[in-house]
Design a protein around this ligand. Structure first.
Ligand SMILES: Nc1ncnc2c1ncn2[C@@H]1O[C@H](COP(=O)(O)OP(=O)(O)OP(=O)(O)O)[C@@H](O)[C@H]1O
Ligand SMILES: [Mg+2]
Length: 271
């Protein structure tokens, strides 16, 4: 039996994979909103300059408004930290995007041209400290990462206690997964602590002629808990209407699958 995050006392969780389009944002959104629906107090952090999570909640990505990178959200926070100033998350959070759910909006699209890797590396310890302080007010902090493995992703991973890796059932996912695990391990050793890879989440799973079983066997060498989210039209359709899966398709198989992740990977109380 694998212990839940709650049993382990870990609450700052990154949803990350360097590969694009594997369901990171969908997973971060569904888990954050699902936990909030269960009465847990949740902070969702949009760590992706694409700003998909911010867009979903109708929040402006930071920096775009003022044009000087000093506005709210993650972009504003990183600008302060890069300038060597101490900074807090609290004043930059969009409150109550849903009941029990707050949002730290994403950095501006141009973040990578605005902030050098050296600046982001220098900002990393300050960011980790700020995220940890903010986490004291929440049951969970869920961080949606961008599909890359640069200084921004390392800053985000290093500030988290655990990582969930969404991926697709494909042979090609194996090499990508190994690279991701290496990145997490190297961020952990740099930060001087273990960052727990908590589970793999196979999104868009189609159980045709035992495929899921085949892939489970293939990925069992990684010795990580595996969850599946079925491929579901409800997910993209709900998102298009600015609805979470709990609002747009609460009785769907996808909702059932994400609820299982919440129960088993997050909340389960073990004796
Ligand atoms: N279980 C699912 N069933 C069907 N479609 C899905 C499922 N999960 C995600 N999708 C769709 O797959 C696409 C990619 O999902 P998403 O944006 O969450 O991936 P991502 O990893 O965050 O992408 P990026 O790397 O660009 O940030 C979206 O169109 C989304 O609606
Ligand atoms: Mg995304």
């Amino acid at each position: 039996m694998n212990p839940s995050l709650s049993a382990l006392g870990l609450k700052i969780v990154a949803v990350a994979n360097q590969k694009g389009g594997v369901g990171k944002t969908m997973t971060a959104l569904s888990l954050a909103s699902g936990l909030a629906k269960r009465g847990q107090k949740v902070l969702a952090v949009d760590g992706d300059p694409q700003g998909d999570l911010s867009l979903f909640f109708g929040a402006e990505t930071s920096g775009d408004a003022g044009g000087n990178g000093m506005a709210g959200g993650l972009g504003g926070l990183l600008a302060e930290l890069s300038a060597g100033r101490s900074a807090d998350l609290a004043g930059r959070i969009v409150r109550r995007v849903r009941r029990n759910l707050d949002l730290l909006a994403g950095p501006p699209r141009r973040l990578r041209s605005e902030r050098s890797d050296a600046e982001l590396r220098a900002a990393a310890p300050g960011f980790a400290a700020a995220l940890q302080r903010a986490a004291a007010n929440y049951d969970w902090v869920i961080v949606d990462c961008s599909p890359s493995d640069g200084a921004l992703e390392r800053l985000l991973l290093s500030a988290c206690q655990a990582v969930l890796i969404p991926l697709e059932f494909q042979l090609f996912s194996i090499a990508g997964l190994q690279a991701m695990l290496d990145t997490v391990a190297s961020c952990g050793s740099e930060a001087g602590r273990e960052i727990r890879v908590h589970a793999l989440i196979f999104t868009k799973a189609e159980n045709r002629v035992g495929r899921v079983e085949d892939y489970r066997k293939l990925f069992s060498e990684f010795r990580l808990p595996i969850f599946e989210i079925c491929k579901s039209e409800y997910l993209p359709r709900s998102v298009e209407r600015s609805r979470t899966i709990w609002e747009g398709g609460p009785a769907s198989y996808a909702a059932r699958d994400y609820a299982r992740v919440i129960d088993k990977a997050f909340l389960e109380v073990q004796p």
